[in-house]
Design a protein around this ligand. Structure first.
Ligand SMILES: [Zn+2]
Ligand SMILES: [Zn+2]
Length: 179
């Protein structure tokens, strides 16, 4: 995404405004691929103070995320506000804080990428009550009901004989004791 800032550079204090809807290309960061399910909506204002070009606005898009519990992919909304500054000549010390530009346009992709990464959820869950995967057979418990026994209650065995209701019997015994 590029913004034409020629007017702002000529007239410091003049506030430019653009609304851009564009699908950003997927990008990779630290082994994770950020994939977009929808066009990104960027509502951005920019003003020049004679030295720095301040750029701020709102970003909204849907990402294709993988659920941390069930591993299914789903569309995850992501939105945030950004406030950044661009400078024509950026020294090495300033690179962490300022974005360089040249000519009469600024390319905001790198700035958006940085802000997307800053605003990514720590862990993505497809739905609040996602049941995740069965730890034994690996099926998705949201749409399959497998017959694996819950892991925290290991089947009670007596030699080779398996009593499927052993847990229930314990429960009944406990209740009787309480009476
Ligand atoms: Zn899930
Ligand atoms: Zn299972």
């Amino acid at each position: 995404m590029r913004l034409n800032v020629s007017l702002q550079l000529k007239v410091p204090g003049n506030v430019g405004h653009s609304t851009i809807s564009q699908k950003l290309p997927d990008f990779e960061y630290g082994g994770r691929i950020i994939r977009f399910a929808s066009p990104s909506l960027v509502d951005v204002s920019y003003v020049y103070d004679g030295n720095l070009l301040s750029v701020h606005g709102k970003f909204a898009a849907e990402l294709i995320s993988e659920c941390a519990r069930c591993s299914e992919t789903f569309n995850e909304p992501l939105s945030f506000e950004f406030h950044e500054q661009f400078k024509r000549e950026v020294s090495e010390d300033e690179l962490g804080e300022l974005y360089p530009y040249s000519g009469d346009t600024i390319d905001i992709d790198a700035m958006l990428h940085d802000n997307i990464l800053l605003n990514l959820p720590i862990s993505s869950i497809c739905q609040e009550n996602c049941l995740g995967k069965c730890p034994q057979c690996g099926c998705n418990l949201n749409n399959t009901q497998c017959s694996c026994a819950p892991q925290e209650e290991a089947p009670k065995t007596d030699g080779d004989t398996y009593y499927p209701f052993a847990g229930l019997m314990d429960l009944l015994t406990d209740n009787e004791e309480e009476v």
